[in-house]
Design a protein around this ligand. Structure first.
Ligand code: AMP
Ligand code: ZN
Length: 461
């Protein structure tokens, strides 16, 4: 098996990946809080996870992959104050405050999330465990922590005593002073240390029974409980966005390592943020862009995926419609070129070797994409061999380069082509409402779309 180097946030350097079990890799990706649609910044985390998975599969590893679904307990801020995000969603959507309606909201946005992953051609993980299905597992971890005197009870919940874990903050080398409360939130006087965090929050009216009283598991505990349940402890790789390093991931580490006395994960990998106007992409800042909003701007999910591949996962990138549209045009050129090449060739070894070296060097996708273009321009290779090579690259890119049956007709603008393809996808998924909306959109731009036995035909009106 080829060597794979990955950047480990824990050691702050690139390391040779050594699996716990030969030929296998276990990975856990912090999943979405399903209180709203995912924005395209969130989705970068899962495109990154997918590229990581595909890179291991390309290297003949068997992958065991978990993406959790947070449908309870994630407060609006990283401190333990404020509202739970799911409760906030119930209020926003005028639903009754009950565990059932909370579960329903979670199910709705979970479905939308899975839809987004499909559109981005992200492979499904082995399991999407939901926090609400694992409350008993979370309680079990808290009980172990309590038995070992890492947990204490206050009037509003059960807390983890960070002073008992000397390595607290080791991920990203976060100074403990940075974890202090008081700047943004009120100080909880019952906490022994400012960096202590909730394992369980009491709620007399809503919630689950526990040995300490009715309430909710804290947000961090679910990841400790579910990763251990499905992957064991330690497992190989834990990922998430960089915002999770200081609090969420250090808290996961503290809980799991104190409860069970071994590392939680051997490697920690984090993707940088997508920014907008060089600021945070967040609903409150008005920069909440969903995949659907991209489609409305004639940008297909695969166009967005291609744009992500042109930046390294550890580089922050600033989103603009123009930039992603430019990437989409490049993708259309790439697809058109591949589909114009004949089948029946063989992968070109020199290119395959270079491709392997790039992806195995901490997922250097920008270099790998540049290599695809270099190959297209290489006049010393046959078109059939180029096609076979690019199709092999696409096992990692996941851009569906080999599933373009026809090049787009010359006189049909790229954005109409993209809309027509999105409509085809919607029809395949039997999402008639979306298919009709896309047809109307195509017509409003001066084109007709007809289904014929040979496929769809798009014409100018
Ligand atoms: P959440 O639903 O808030 O738990 O976030 C889901 C994932 O998206 C986490 O891994 C976050 O770190 C990640 N994330 C949130 N915002 C961004 C962003 N603007 N760019 C990249 N990743 C993000
Ligand atoms: Zn997590």
């Amino acid at each position: 098996m080829a060597d794979i180097q990955i950047y480990n946030t824990l050691s702050r350097k690139k390391e040779l990946f050594k699996p716990l079990k030969a030929g296998e890799v276990s990975m856990y990706h912090c999943g979405p809080t399903v209180y709203d649609y995912a924005h395209i910044g969130n989705l970068r985390s899962y495109v990154f996870a997918d590229i990581l998975r595909r890179t291991f599969e390309y290297n003949f590893y068997k992958v065991n992959q978990v993406i959790n679904i947070t449908d309870v307990g994630h407060l609006v801020s990283d401190s333990d104050e404020g509202e739970d995000k799911m409760t906030k969603a119930l209020k926003r959507e005028n639903k009754t405050l009950s565990l059932e309606s909370m579960r329903d909201i979670g199910t709705f946005y979970f479905g939308k999330f899975v839809d987004d992953l499909k559109q981005l051609n992200i492979k499904q993980p082995n399991i999407f465990p939901r926090a609400t299905d694992h409350v008993a597992d979370s309680i079990e971890v808290i009980q172990v922590l309590e038995k070992k005197a890492y947990a204490y009870v206050t009037s509003d919940g059960v807390y983890f005593d960070t002073s008992k874990f000397p390595a607290y903050g080791k991920l990203g080398n976060i100074p403990i002073e940075n974890q202090k409360e008081g700047t943004r939130v009120s100080i909880n006087k019952e906490k022994r240390n400012p960096s202590d965090f909730a394992l369980w929050k009491f709620d007399a009216k809503l919630g689950w029974q526990s040995p300490w009283g009715n309430g909710f598991p804290g947000w961090h505990i679910e990841c400790s409980a579910m990763s251990r349940k499905y992957l064991g402890q330690p497992f190989d790789i834990h990922t998430g966005g960089i915002d999770h390093i200081p609090v969420h991931h250090n808290n996961e580490i503290a809980q799991s390592e104190c409860a069970y006395g071994t590392l939680l994960a051997n490697y920690w990998m984090h993707n940088a943020f997508i920014t907008m106007n060089n600021g945070k992409m967040a609903k409150s800042a008005g920069g909440f862009i969903t995949l659907e909003a991209l489609t409305e701007e004639s940008i297909s999910p695969l166009g967005y995926r291609y744009w992500l591949l042109t930046a390294h996962y550890r580089s922050p990138v600033n989103f603009s419609f123009e930039a992603v549209r430019g990437a989409q045009n490049a993708l259309i050129r790439l697809m058109t070129t591949v589909s114009s090449y004949p089948e029946g060739g063989s992968p070109i070894q020199a290119y395959i070797e270079r491709f392997g070296a790039y992806i195995n060097d901490d997922l250097d996708m920008p270099q790998a994409v540049a290599l695809a273009w270099e190959l297209i321009k290489d006049s010393s290779s046959s078109d059939a061999d180029k096609r076979a090579t690019l199709v092999q690259f696409d096992r990692v890119f996941g851009l569906k380069l080999d599933s373009v049956p026809r090049p787009p007709a010359e006189h049909i603008p790229a954005e109409i082509q993209v809309l027509a393809e999105a409509r085809e996808e919607a029809r395949k998924e039997k999402d008639w409402e979306k298919a009709d909306a896309l047809r109307m959109e195509i017509e409003s731009r001066g084109f007709t779309i007809n289904d014929t036995p040979d496929g769809i035909v798009v014409k100018e009106i």
